[in-house]
Design a protein around this ligand. Structure first.
Ligand code: ZN
Length: 168
């Protein structure tokens, strides 16, 4: 279910015409206008099909070589296994394989979450497909947190992963 974007079918997609947007070397001088025009070439329906879209900034090599101080990979793996088990017990399949009608039943957020999602749909002009993807991702975020209910915080995080959607 986790797919990272930046594939437009040909090569890894750059975030701006020069390819250095957000890079620590500060080389990018692309204007917001140039960036918007450049991103307009990536089709909306294609982005709709991607569950999670995040921008990954370039990291200096010395940072990569340093010891990570976050959660260890094995801890994360254990947490993912528990979340996956939770999904299988609930619905006999992983969240990524839920159908639209199953999403409506199994991924319904609480009232606050529903209100937040409505706002996000209006603001980001999300398609029906993108809407269901947000709910599926929110379901997975809730499962990872060990929550049977989907709260506004889970919706907010899932919406964050759709930042490349068109603004309208
Ligand atoms: Zn640039």
């Amino acid at each position: 279910m986790l797919k990272f974007t930046w594939t437009n079918g040909k090569k890894a997609t750059r975030l701006c015409p020069c390819g250095y947007l957000g890079h620590y070397n500060g080389k990018c001088h692309c204007t917001p206008d140039q960036i918007a025009r450049y991103r307009g070439k990536i089709s909306g329906p294609l982005l709709d099909r991607i569950d999670i879209q995040i921008e990954v900034p370039a990291v200096p090599q010395e940072t990569l070589l340093k010891q990570a101080d976050g959660e260890s990979s094995s801890d994360i793996q254990a947490r993912v296994n528990v979340a996956r088990q939770r999904a299988l017990i609930r619905q006999n399949k992983p969240n990524a394989q839920l159908t639209v009608s199953e999403i409506d039943v199994l991924c319904a957020p609480d009232a606050q979450g529903a209100a937040l999602l409505q706002q996000a749909i209006n603001r980001l002009n999300l398609s029906a497909r993108a809407y269901h993807r947000v709910l599926k991702v929110a379901r997975t975020i809730a499962d990872l947190a060990g929550n049977e209910n989907i709260f506004a915080s889970h919706i907010a995080e899932a919406v964050q992963y759709r930042r490349m959607d068109r603004q309208g």
